[in-house]
Design a protein around this ligand. Sequence first.
Ligand code: ADP
Length: 238
Amino acid sequence: MDHPAPPVFRVKDLRKIYRSGEVEVQALRGVDFEASAGDFIVILGPSGSGKSTFLNIIGGLDRATSGEAWFLDHDLGHASEAGLTRYRRDHVGFIFQFYNLVPSLTAFENVKLVTEIARNPMDPAQALALVGLEERMDHFPAQLSGGEQQRVAIARAIAKQPDVLLCDEPTGALDSRTGVKVLEALTTVSARTGATTLVITHNAAIADIADRVVHFADGMIASETRNASRKPASAVSW
Ligand code: ADP
């Protein structure tokens, strides 16, 4: 009999307190969460509900105050700084609201920056083709629209063939039509590479493209729903 695959992420009673002087903010107040390989998960919730804090901790960019966060057999809570850096480099692709491309490098060169230090990269041209930018590889960021720049950022994130793709408001700066193109690129690369994908958004319309929808409220997961079927990104608008 086949054993079920172990979860890619296992999070238990995760808490995060930010302290500055007398002021204490409880950003996460006991989050339990699991994700399986290949899941496409949308995280919804109001501003300040802890979504970014959660994503940053499971992405190894920040540490919890208490609780557990595991990526496969990597204990992120007890990893050294060097261990977290290695974890991010080898396993995680990040996509943020702002694309952070290097302005003096072409789309191809921006992706190549990452593939040069990756263990098992794809060809930058192949990554750019996956997001539909094979014709724009030699363009500089300033010669590309916002949506195209975000697709370069997606190509850069997936070119190292990460196990997980963590996206924080990837369409936050884009209009609906452009945002849909970015979501199409994201769902395509996620399916092609099999990366477990988490997408934070405040935009409830985007929830329809997910397998699972996790709702954050007040530093906790308030509820979770599972979509019986996933809508293609092209069928979403806002
Ligand atoms: P969301 O992503 O849902 O908007 P965040 O995770 O960014 O929520 O923030 C959760 C809470 O933690 C908010 O009250 C926010 O102000 C606070 N917070 C986030 N980052 C910091 C920080 N570096 N220092 C202090 N407070 C922070």
